[in-house]
Design a protein around this ligand. Structure first.
Ligand SMILES: Nc1nc2c(c(=O)[nH]1)N[C@H]1C(S)=C(S)[C@@H](COP(=O)(O)OP(=O)(O)OC[C@H]3O[C@@H](n4cnc5c(=O)[nH]c(N)nc54)[C@H](O)[C@@H]3O)O[C@H]1N2
Ligand SMILES: Nc1nc2c(c(=O)[nH]1)N[C@H]1C(S)=C(S)[C@@H](COP(=O)(O)OP(=O)(O)OC[C@H]3O[C@@H](n4cnc5c(=O)[nH]c(N)nc54)[C@H](O)[C@@H]3O)O[C@H]1N2
Ligand code: SF4
Ligand SMILES: [Mo]
Length: 753
């Protein structure tokens, strides 16, 4: 093997939101080296340990190379034909009984990092026709999407901190030095935050834990978990009361300012202080600093969304951006203008349908739909509660809900009782071990890549396409074809439907939407001509080419032109010729053109959100002494699914209970000892790590651990399994506006084990 010629290829890392360019050295189908691509127009050579381990992920011997089908209680290797026959056999009768809602689907996080996963699950879901669609969104960013959806009209119109040009960044509930940024695509966050400070800017981090990001900041404010909305509303209170409101350039486009003033009056800095565990004077100063800073922005991430006031906190972050005149200006909070697939860059500029949630609700608890999904906290009860519409089968795609969603024990028990479960996943993990059929997609190196979602969240306008780095091995099936095959089966077309024809139909549906839209560069075009223009591409590449051509920099039916620096006319051919990406420039103001609200205005006080301030007021006076649990992330980890790589798994035990020395004394816990942690729903035993980096009254456990379940095949991970913190989190603890799980701020008791 050693004499195999080495080749170099460039591709975007699919492992987190930073979208770093990688330079990959290959010998045959072996990855011999991965480094940061110095010529990448966005990441300029930055890489983290996870990206560097892509070769190990690719070569992991535990990765499944063939489908598995359960026979006589055991999962055994099968051919694709056998596997799809088993799907049809087990799912068919359930669908034929006439209730489409009997089949649920759960979509996990890696779908967003995968072009196939962006474009083809929706084909399957449409064919399924079920309302029981769940995803990792509702244990993640859904509250932010609900808030910005109501304010700006589409679910990915998230104002991003313009970190490269701001003078003042107030960051809440985020630790980009571990996570590499989220709802904030910006490779090399450490470098960018350092640069902010070096040019005289100020970084303030609000986090119950003194994280590495907090250590880099000018100021760390150790807030009590779950009280960000109190803090932010009190800051708005100060800004309104001290006449510091200045909407700046968006002033003519804002609706609801008076309503916001009225709401802000309801919580004073003193009242918030008691909840947040922050001095009233600090809250006042934080508000004044924000208002006085030249170019400032507020940014919040998972600590602010996965909590019981998630939508309120997410909304208030942008309320502050607006009140201080920082929305949509350089150095403030800005919107990208992405090259493909952005709902706020298609259709009529400045006006749209807006976002309405709760168009239907979950059967058992009545939790609201948003973006055509139901909150995953409802999945267990939908499986367990008999009656019409009961979930009897589940399809998981790139997800591990058995570890990643609340009250995991209850969900696993529910899954065990399903009549049929199908997992599309490269690993036999804690979730897929319960499946009847496991359909493994090939490694990321075998597919093309384009970040449809993350370029909608990037601090520069960038477009970068990676073709497959390797030809598909024999016996492998591309993920989009797996999903199409499943779609054909649930659509009643059997197991041998013509996938090419089906895929052309998918392309024609997209083309139909574009040719019908007055603003599209393909308006009125003949669909056959469009198909001929993008031929001979098929699958996700064909859809991407259409999306790029119809996007704001698109070539329409013409040929591509221009590259870095000049106005581009994008096609996929053109992008393919630029392996290091195309820089489409820094973010520029987009209001009012990007708005898609029904009013055509920024809805500063959407009524459903405004009404929830009652609940915030009601919470004043709750017991601040209650011990609560939060999560955390580690740089060398990726939710639940990269603990199987020896290169990342080394070092000290990471799945520990972080606990402040004062609490450890009070509770009788010793560093290195074992603790028993109990919540309303569950109990675990875990190694104690005493550290003053965590605030008193708060303990922290990372999620994604607990790799000791029978039937999984994760050899390395099983050696140091850790424990599953989601045994403790509670399906009843939700942010009511979004139905998102409150994974942070969970009341717990802790005792020595
Ligand atoms: N307590 C607590 N719980 C949390 C969180 C927390 O902060 N605290 N965070 C939450 C968040 S933000 C998230 S996003 C969720 C994540 O929750 P999930 O998305 O449910 O879980 P992951 O751990 O990301 O597992 C992803 C699965 O996708 C598979 N996979 C990887 N690549 C591919 C691919 O290309 N195709 C397919 N088909 N499968 C693939 C992996 O093998 C793995 O099984 O966890 C949530 N859970
Ligand atoms: N290395 C690595 N990178 C990842 C992931 C990973 O697992 N590992 N996961 C990816 C995913 S799916 C996501 S969604 C992103 C998440 O990206 P981030 O949001 O940056 O993730 P965390 O590192 O969990 O940071 C959240 C912070 O919120 C704090 N926090 C908890 N509760 C509260 C609260 O009530 N208020 C406030 N103000 N802070 C609170 C925690 O102490 C923690 O420091 O990371 C992504 N990147
Ligand atoms: S920061 Fe994210 S995108 Fe960049 S190399 Fe690491 S995992 Fe990959
Ligand atoms: Mo996430």
């Amino acid at each position: 093997m050693a004499d195999q010629a080495e080749t170099t290829t460039y591709r975007t890392c699919p492992l987190c939101e930073a979208t770093c360019g990688l330079e990959i050295t290959l010998a045959g189908d072996r990855i011999t080296k991965v480094r940061g691509d110095d010529a990448d127009v966005f990441s300029h050579g930055f890489i983290c340990p996870k990206g560097a381990s892509l070769g190990d992920l690719h070569a992991d011997p535990d990765r499944l190379n063939a489908p598995l089908v359960r026979r006589d209680g055991e999962l055994r290797e099968a051919t694709w034909e056998e596997a799809f026959a088993a799907v049809a056999e087990r799912l068919g009768p359930i669908l034929e009984a006439g209730d489409r809602n009997a089949v649920a689907a759960y979509l996990g996080n890696p779908n967003i990092h995968n072009l196939d996963g962006q474009l083809y699950p929706r084909v399957l879901l449409k064919a399924l026709g079920t309302r029981n669609v769940f995803s990792a969104s509702s244990v993640d960013q859904l509250p932010k999407q609900v808030a910005v959806g109501m304010m700006f009209g589409t679910g990915l119109s998230v104002p991003l901190p313009d970190i490269d040009r701001t003078d003042h960044l107030l960051m809440l509930g985020a630790n980009p030095l571990a996570s590499n940024g989220s709802l904030l695509t910006a490779p090399n966050m450490r470098g960018r935050l350092r640069a902010l400070r070096e040019r005289g800017g100020r970084l303030v981090v609000v986090d119950p834990r003194r994280t590495r990001t907090a250590e880099l900041a000018d100021e760390h404010v150790a807030i009590r978990p779950g009280t960000d909305a109190h803090l932010l509303l009190a800051m708005a209170h100060v800004i309104c009361e001290e006449d510091l409101v200045d909407l700046g350039d968006v002033a003519d486009h804002v609706e609801g300012l008076e309503r916001v003033r009225e709401l802000a009056a309801r919580i004073t800095p003193e009242q918030a202080a008691a909840m947040c565990g922050i001095e009233p004077g600090t809250i006042q100063r934080m508000a004044r600093d924000l208002a006085a800073a030249g170019r400032a922005c507020v940014y919040g991430r998972i600590g602010t969304t996965t909590q019981r006031f998630g939508t309120l906190a997410s909304w208030l972050i942008d309320v502050l951006n607006v009140l201080t005149g920082n929305l949509d200006r350089e150095g403030g909070a800005m919107f990208p203008r992405p090259a493909a697939g952005a709902a706020n860059a298609t259709g009529t500029p400045g006006r749209g349908k807006g976002v309405t949630t709760g168009r239907w609700t979950s059967r058992v608890r009545g939790l609201p739909e948003s973006f055509s999904e139901l909150p995953v906290v409802a999945l267990t009860e939908e499986i367990m509660t008999p009656g019409e519409g009961q979930v009897r089968a589940l399809i998981t795609i790139a997800g591990n809900p058995a570890l990643s969603t609340p009250d995991a024990d209850a969900l696993q028990q529910a899954m065990a009782g399903l009549e049929c479960m199908i997992s599309v996943d490269p690993y036999l993990n804690e979730t897929s071990r319960q499946a009847d059929v496991v359909l493994p997609p090939p490694s990321a190196l075998y597919r093309s890549h384009y970040d449809l979602a993350f370029y909608q969240l990037a601090i520069r306008n960038v477009a970068n396409y990676s073709p497959p780095s390797l030809p598909l091995p024999e016996g492998a099936m591309p993920e989009w074809q797996i999903l199409l095959r499943l779609a054909a089966i649930v659509a009643g077309q059997g197991t041998d439907a013509d996938l090419e024809g089906f895929d052309e139909l998918v392309a024609r549906t997209l083309i139909g939407r574009e040719t019908a839209m007055a603003e599209s560069p393909m308006h009125g075009a003949d669909p056959d001509e469009v198909l001929a223009t993008v031929a001979p591409r098929t699958g996700p590449d064909r859809l991407l080419d259409i999306l790029l051509r119809c996007g704001p920099y698109g070539a329409g039916l013409g040929s591509g032109a221009a590259a870095n620096g000049s106005p581009a006319r994008l096609t996929l051919d053109l992008l393919e010729g630029e392996p290091h990406g195309i820089d489409l420039g820094p973010l520029a103001p987009r209001i009012p053109e990007m708005l898609r609200t029904a009013s055509g205005r920024i809805e500063l006080a959407p009524e459903p959100i405004a009404e929830d301030v009652d609940r915030l007021e009601d919470s004043l006076g709750e017991d601040p002494e209650q011990l609560v649990l939060i999560g955390r992330r580690h740089l060398r980890s990726n939710n639940s699914w990269m603990h199987n790589l020896p290169t990342l798994a080394g070092g000290p035990e990471r799945c520990t209970l972080l606990c402040h020395p004062d609490d450890a004394d009070r509770l009788g816990l010793a560093d290195g000892g074992q603790a028993r942690v109990a919540s309303r729903v569950g109990e675990i035993e875990i190694l104690v790590e005493v550290s003053d980096e965590i605030r008193p009254g708060v303990v922290s456990i990372p999620h994604g651990w607990g790799h000791d379940l029978p039937g999984a095949r994760l050899t390395v991970a099983a050696e140091r399994p850790g424990v599953n913190t989601n045994v403790l989190t509670d399906q009843q603890a939700v942010d009511p506006l979004s139905g998102n799980a409150a994974l942070n701020g969970v009341p717990v008791t802790v005792a020595p084990a």
